[in-house]
Unconditional design. Structure first.
Length: 172
């Protein structure tokens, strides 16, 4: 019996450290939203510079126009997600620190929580994703995405459990 306990502990430890895929592009495990940013600072025009895809992308990079309202934000967007063009225009409720949710008729998978995973200090680059891993994408504004911010964005996605080998960068 004393020899059995270490073997059971090792098996339990191995089970705890395994990474298992959940729906979409990320593994089970913690995901963190940016809790310090006032989401109203996201106002403006953003260009999509990367997204996750299981196949070669068949669509152009998207864009988003975000505006503040008394109750949250509104967005007009067309995004290329997993090789498909998806559009949504309507309200985005602020549901928590760094967390948004479309409250209008958004197509799947845009109909779920969007978490702001990272924004650079000058608010030029945003990384958004979902706890269920159904999508993740990078937005940029004010010119081309610099290589240091792309590396930082990829690192944040990786740290949040995303499979960055399936991240597709859009080039213009």
């Amino acid at each position: 019996m004393p020899r059995l306990i270490p073997a059971l502990l090792l098996a339990l430890l191995a089970a705890c450290t395994q990474t298992t895929r959940i729906d979409g592009f990320r593994s089970q495990g913690p995901i963190y939203s940016n809790a310090v940013l006032d989401l109203r600072q996201l106002q403006g025009t953003w260009t999509q510079v990367a997204a996750f895809s299981t196949t070669p992308t068949r669509c152009r990079p998207g864009a988003a126009e975000i505006a503040a309202t008394p109750t949250g934000l509104t967005i007009r967007t067309r995004l290329c997600l997993n090789g498909a063009d998806l559009a949504y225009t309507g309200p985005l409720a602020i549901t928590g620190p760094g967390r948004l949710r479309p409250t209008g008729q958004a197509p799947k998978p845009l109909d779920r929580d969007w978490w702001l995973l990272w924004a650079d200090a000058d608010l030029r680059t945003l990384v958004l994703g979902t706890p269920d891993g159904s999508f993740g994408f990078i937005l940029n504004r004010g010119g081309p995405l610099s290589s240091d911010r792309l590396i930082a964005a990829r690192d944040i996605l990786d740290w949040n459990g995303y499979d960055t080998t399936r991240l597709v960068s859009f080039t213009r």
